[in-house]
Design a protein around this ligand. Structure first.
Ligand code: NAP
Length: 293
């Protein structure tokens, strides 16, 4: 068996081509007003700065704009809520992203996220957005799991009736991933730090999603022959990025897997941009079909 490589870099490139067209049409319809993604960064965490800059670059690549709001550590909850309110009311802003972790305000992050207008919640972080997505209603999904679903669909990975094991239960990754797989008719098991016999759970999985944040934590030996392995992990070790799964040797064992880097990461960013474009189209009353036609 030679595993299929679920190539997120290649699919993201294809999606960007379509997005460029859609952004062009939006600019034509609005007298050159591009879709705008506002990013809020509190403090100066270097990794967060890298992520925010990557998102800004991704906007510009498709002809969109990013509105970068950098606030000093020490910004109060009230100040941040006031800023979010301004962005909610600004009709030129189509997506709002608060970079996690919010320095000094970690304890009230949920309240901050929930202050984002659900129509502009292009990273699927609000409780309302999560609830709607879980119920199968119209809502933007959290960008990483939504990107993973696009990748699985693109490669025609069969989901219905399959047993998916998601390792990790964070609000941005594990939980929404499990809900999306459930909505796609998988039978879903969610594992976390208190799970007993993780190896035994994974051994039963047709689809494994690693969302733990520990390098090569999920061992090749645990994975069932013919399983699909989605590795969302992105751990920097001595200058190199390593996923949460032991990917070496999977070529002869898995049906398919996502490489690290080049699998889930590029899909996350392009999904965020795609959802911002969709938000702009919705606010203008343009359907994606009309725009992409
Ligand atoms: P997180 O908030 O730290 O959550 C980690 C999860 O792993 C928690 O639910 C935790 O369980 C679980 N866990 C920890 N140790 C475990 C163990 N020994 N056995 C089983 N489960 C265990 O992390 P996250 O934000 O979801 O991110 C997870 C990974 O995805 C990280 O590597 C991150 O860098 C990566 N990521 C990548 C992208 C991308 O675009 N590529 C985007 C987001 C995140 P408890 O809940 O019990 O503590």
């Amino acid at each position: 068996m030679t595993a299929i490589i679920l190539d997120g870099t290649a699919l993201a490139k294809e999606i960007r081509k379509d997005l460029k067209e859609r952004v062009k049409r939006i600019r034509e319809a609005t007298g050159d007003q591009p879709p705008v993604l506002a990013t809020i960064l509190v403090g100066s965490d270097p990794a967060s700065e890298v992520y925010v800059n990557m998102k800004g670059r991704a906007c510009r690549r498709v002809g969109m704009e990013s509105l970068k709001i950098d606030l000093p550590e020490g910004t109060t909850k009230e100040q941040l809520l006031a800023r979010i309110d301004e962005l909610n009311k600004d009709s030129n802003v189509h997506g709002i992203l608060i970079q996690h972790p919010v320095a000094g305000l970690e304890d009230v992050e949920r309240e901050l996220f929930d202050a984002i207008d659900a129509r502009k919640d292009v990273d699927g972080v609000t409780s309302l957005g999560f609830g709607r997505m879980s119920m199968g209603e119209d809502a933007f999904g959290s960008a990483t799991p939504a990107g993973i679903m696009s990748l699985l669909r693109h490669y025609n990975i069969e989901l219905s009736g399959k047993h998916a094991v998601v390792v990790g239960r964070s609000a941005i990754l594990g939980k929404p991933m499990a809900a999306m797989l459930l909505n796609a008719n998988c039978t879903v098991t969610i594992c976390h730090s208190r799970t007993v016999d993780l190896a035994g759970q994974i051994a039963q999985a047709d689809i494994v999603v690693g969302a733990v944040g520990r390098p090569a934590f999920i061992k090749r030996d645990w994975i069932k022959e013919g399983a699909v392995v989605v590795d969302a992990g992105y751990n920097k070790i001595e200058g190199e990025y390593i996923g949460d799964c032991e990917l070496e040797g999977l070529d002869d064992k898995a049906l398919a897997y996502t490489p690290v880097p080049g699998g889930v990461g590029p899909m996350t960013i392009v999904t965020l941009i795609q959802q911002t474009v969709e938000s702009a189209e919705k606010s203008l009353g343009l359907s994606a079909e009309t725009v992409s036609a």
